[in-house]
Design a protein around this ligand. Structure first.
Ligand SMILES: NC(=O)c1ccc[n+]([C@@H]2O[C@H](COP(=O)([O-])OP(=O)(O)OC[C@H]3O[C@@H](n4cnc5c(N)ncnc54)[C@H](OP(=O)(O)O)[C@@H]3O)[C@@H](O)[C@H]2O)c1
Length: 331
């Protein structure tokens, strides 16, 4: 089968499309014929061994992904496709079922086929979606859900979502609205209308207004792009407000320090606990019209380097998708 592989950490051009053996599903796994897959910030960070985040993080990244060279030659996590084979113990899925999910730290989705345990993060595709639409459902949304489940969001609670135009941000706005919160979203001028259309009650254009200086306070601030700090957000939090980061080692320290004190807190779950139930929950939200992943650009699998370069600009709006096979979903 065709797959995007890499054998050394580095810039996007370490990636190449190559013929590799197809995975063989174990008894508790399905083999999925991948139709579409997302290119994520996680793929980029792993491919360059997190060099942009400094030597300490890069070392930790290599401990997980392979010290000298990548343990997993194939990147890619969020996928949609069809079950092509099922292990002997699999009862939940049958050959031909259309599925989506994420392979998480096992990667392997930038390929024509992948194997995944049925107890992992996989579910049947929501009705009425194409593979390209379904592939990025989990990117950003699982992370946003993990963050938001830590806080008591409901009607009357005010949340600020900073960086509301990325994968986590666009999902975060929709999920926070679903939970009933009053949502203020901060993004760049070009994304104001999009973010409003996702349900934000108020949108702050961060190029024109500094949210820390407008006197507004929130029960929760979600930093969806890793560009804020607890220190900068503190004055915009209510007395027992919560800061939810999505990135940054310093936030672990803040989470520890604030866990034993009264008042404003940082909650940062590492590693994030994401379950099959979370994936099914997202499917139900999609089917109920409460959540839809935003797709910025689509590329064929062969253009993975170009797609990756775009994701690395840190300017994508929502998600970037690779089409692995052009077959469209049957109704
Ligand atoms: N995606 C995941 O599931 C996941 C999981 C774990 C950790 N993370 C981490 O979480 C962070 C966000 O991930 P993501 O996938 O959501 O990122 P993303 O989709 O690449 O975010 C891109 C968006 O961020 C906005 N942005 C860039 N700089 C900004 C700034 N200074 N202020 C406000 N917005 C800014 C960009 O719009 P403008 O530049 O036009 O404003 C763009 O729309 C990353 O650090 C990533 O490593 C992501």
């Amino acid at each position: 089968m065709k797959a995007v592989v890499y054998d050394t950490y580095g810039a996007p051009d370490v990636l190449r499309v190559e013929e590799v053996p197809r995975p063989v599903p174990k008894d508790d796994e399905v083999m999925v014929k991948v139709r579409a897959v997302a290119v994520t910030r996680g793929d980029c960070a792993t491919r360059e061994a997190n060099r942009r985040s400094g030597p300490a993080i890069s070392f930790l990244s290599r401990l997980v992904s392979g010290l000298r060279r990548p343990k997993h030659r194939i990147l890619g996590t969020e996928f949609a496709g069809e079950v092509e084979a099922a292990g002997a113990a699999v009862a939940e899925f049958a050959v031909g079922d259309q599925v989506f999910g994420t392979t998480g730290l096992k990667f392997g989705a930038h390929a024509e086929c992948l194997s995944i345990r049925v107890s992992a993060r996989i579910a049947h595709m929501p009705a009425g979606m194409s593979f390209e639409e379904a592939a990025p459902i989990c990117d950003g949304a699982l992370n946003a859900l993990t963050c938001l489940k830590q806080v008591d969001l409901r009607k009357g609670r005010r949340i600020l979502i900073y960086g509301a135009s990325g994968a986590i941000g666009t999902a975060g706005v929709q999920l926070a609205k679903y939970f009933g919160a009053d949502v203020t979203a901060a993004c760049n001028t070009k994304n104001v209308e999009l973010v409003r259309s996702l349900g934000a009650d108020r949108v702050i254009d961060y190029t024109r207004e500094d949210f820390t200086k407008n006197g507004q306070t929130y029960d929760v601030i979600l930093d969806a792009v890793g560009k804020l700090s607890f220190g900068r957000s503190r004055s915009s939090l209510k007395p027992s407000g919560i800061f939810l980061p999505t990135d940054g080692l310093a936030n672990l320290m803040w989470a520890l320090l604030t866990s034993r004190t009264r008042g404003k807190k940082v909650l940062f779950q590492i590693p994030p606990r994401q379950t099959t139930q979370d994936v099914r929950f997202l499917k139900e939200l999609v089917e109920g019209g409460k959540y839809r992943p935003v797709i910025d650009r689509r590329y064929p699998l062969e253009d993975v380097i170009e797609a990756t370069r775009y994701v690395e600009t840190e300017q994508k709006t929502g998600n970037v998708v690779l089409t692995v096979s052009s077959a469209q979903r049957l109704a």
